[in-house]
Design a protein around this ligand. Structure first.
Ligand SMILES: Cc1cc2nc3c(=O)[nH]c(=O)nc-3n(C[C@H](O)[C@H](O)[C@H](O)COP(=O)(O)O)c2cc1C
Length: 340
């Protein structure tokens, strides 16, 4: 898949933008694990144009994680164009992505994110203005439509392409569905089969195994697959997918994960999670680095096999120092067995 001049190779699998999840440490680890590109969490254009310090911090990227996309959201075309310019100057990202898909009330209810599915002329104006404001390739991420009575993705994809959007990610749900039900990939395939569509289409929704990733390419013919929730506490999912899709060229993690254990064994996975904590602490700070790791520790399938684990999980989620957290993580080592 090629976005502008950025060549991501055959069958790329990318890390989805996720608020409070895809910080710099997690993105870096996922890239090392085989993700072809990683996305920042969405960044508010209003906060960017007011130079809010905590928002500007979200623009920090490091070269190890490239190619990286920074995602922005907002509903004012002028502010979005200005925000894109700030992002370009600050992060020099490989891609600027526009969020037209966030369903939550505080965003979509105010007319940004998926709210723009109800105001397509404004969405297209934003797309045009952002494209004109930057030399960086601009992509977009959206949903099928507002609800099942308004599935507009087929026409919308063409319209966004006409605005200069260089790749489109489609999450196969409507805004009304939020995260419920199954993602509908038939509509994604319909876009791919439209002969007028020449830009890459990235399919998204419910991909949580190498088999599903493979199927997305083979059955739905997408140019790339984007993975979100299945990465929580499981960054090695990118190695699983990459190795299944490219068996001739498996990801070599020996130089990147300090571990005496065989890749993909439970002991190695524990070392990967520790490396994730270490990276988060190094890139942010000890307290916030641990805070950022908690969601992953809570969700990791690695610990699901341990009986009566609740109290120990709570203790891990309460740990406030690296030493305490690592000690608690090490205590799980003899109890781990072969899970995901
Ligand atoms: C915690 C969380 C935060 C998210 N934040 C964003 C975001 O900032 N920008 C965005 O475009 N989508 C966001 N999403 C949506 C995901 O990128 C993705 O489209 C969705 O989770 C479906 O993919 P999945 O089934 O692989 O998880 C978020 C999803 C979750 C679960």
């Amino acid at each position: 898949m090629v976005i502008g001049k950025l060549d991501l190779g055959e069958k790329p699998v990318v890390l989805a933008p996720m608020e409070d999840v895809t910080d710099i440490g997690f993105r870096t680890l996922c890239r090392k694990m085989g993700a072809s590109m990683v996305y920042s969490e969405f960044v508010s254009c209003d906060a960017l144009t007011r130079y809010v310090k905590s928002t500007l911090q979200k623009l920090t990227v490091n070269d190890e994680e490239r190619p990286v996309a920074i995602q922005i959201y907002g509903k004012d075309p002028g502010a979005m164009a200005e925000a894109a310019h700030i992002v370009e100057e600050t992060s020099h990202p490989d891609v600027i992505d526009i969020n037209f898909g966030c369903p939550v009330k505080k965003i979509a209810g105010k007319g940004a994110g998926a709210g723009l599915l109800q105001n397509v002329p404004l969405m297209l104006d934003i797309a045009r203005r952002v494209v004109a404001a930057t030399k960086t390739p601009v992509t977009a991420k959206t949903r099928l439509g507002w609800d099942m009575n308004q599935i507009i993705i087929s026409t919308l994809a063409e319209q966004l392409q006409d605005c200069g959007i260089q790749a489109l990610t489609i999450h196969g749900r409507t805004r009304s569905q939020m995260y419920k039900g199954d993602a509908n990939w038939d509509f994604i395939r319909e876009v791919k089969e439209n002969p007028h569509i020449t830009i890459p289409i990235i399919g998204n929704g419910d991909i949580d195994s190498p088999e599903k990733a493979q199927n997305a390419f083979e059955t739905f013919h997408v140019d790339a697959v984007m993975v979100g929730r299945a990465t929580f506490g499981r960054p090695w999912i990118f190695k699983e997918m990459h190795d299944a899709l490219h068996p001739e060229n498996p990801v070599d993690t020996t130089a990147i994960i300090p571990s005496q254990y065989e890749p993909m064994t439970p002991d190695w996975k524990l070392d990967v999670l520790k490396e994730q904590v270490r990276l988060s602490i190094e890139r942010i700070d000890e307290y916030r680095g641990i805070l950022h790791s908690r969601r992953h520790i809570a969700a990791s399938p690695l610990f699901k096999c341990i009986p009566d684990f609740r109290q120990h999980r709570i203790a891990m989620l309460r740990a406030t120092t690296k030493d305490e957290l690592f000690r608690l993580m090490e205590e799980t080592r003899p109890l781990l067995n072969d899970s995901k």
